[in-house]
Ligand binder design. Sequence first.
Ligand SMILES: [Ca+2]
Ligand SMILES: [Ca+2]
Length: 242
Amino acid sequence: MCYILVPMRLAGLFLIFGAYLLAQPPIPHYDVHRATSPILVDGKPDDKAWGAAGRLELIFPWEAQTGAKQKTTARLLWDDDNLYVSYECEDTDIVAQYAEHDDPTYKDDAVEIFINPRPSQTGVYIGLEMNVLAVLYDYVMYDSKNLFKQFDLRGVKLATHIEGTLNARGDKDKGWSLEVAIPWSNFDALAKRPIPGTVWSANINRWDGVEPNRRMSNWSDPVQPNPNPHVPSRFGQLMFVQ
Ligand SMILES: [Ca+2]
Ligand SMILES: [Ca+2]
């Protein structure tokens, strides 16, 4: 009897696991184009080069969150020196408190990028969490639970631009934008510098609002029961192209 039951149980497990895999939303893909002209990192992604970059839009995976669903788009570019990321955030109430490097900027209005330069592994990636005051919280994440904030990226340029009034709660703001340039040398321990065709993985996130009404949005759905973006197996694909 056991000889029949065991294969039946195994078949059942495969069916359940297969259904689970099918239920996962697809991993998004983004072509990172080369910047064909200089980018001035002033927080305003209106440089000519940005015109060639596709625009990705963040989604809202957790319906139970009570913060407003405010639109965020992001674009990426690269050149010989840097990876460039820009964010444009619609926001009717722009709020931030943290002003020192490596402060918990994710508690403010903030955007993030988690970068895995070697997608064949998911143990290590580099996180940047940047608030509307252009304060950077940067770290190495190990096994999605050990966060080394003592790690500091070198040579990052970061700026924001606000259309509205920071920390004035009674009025209605329009939004804010952010530009960051990250030198390739920061990733040398993990991967060779990208060439056309190289694929890295990343997730792009936003924390928005003030407790108790906060909301997280993401490029790739981390598929977690509660808001948690630290799932490198769910990062989207960044393909570097000419
Ligand atoms: Ca600019
Ligand atoms: Ca740090």
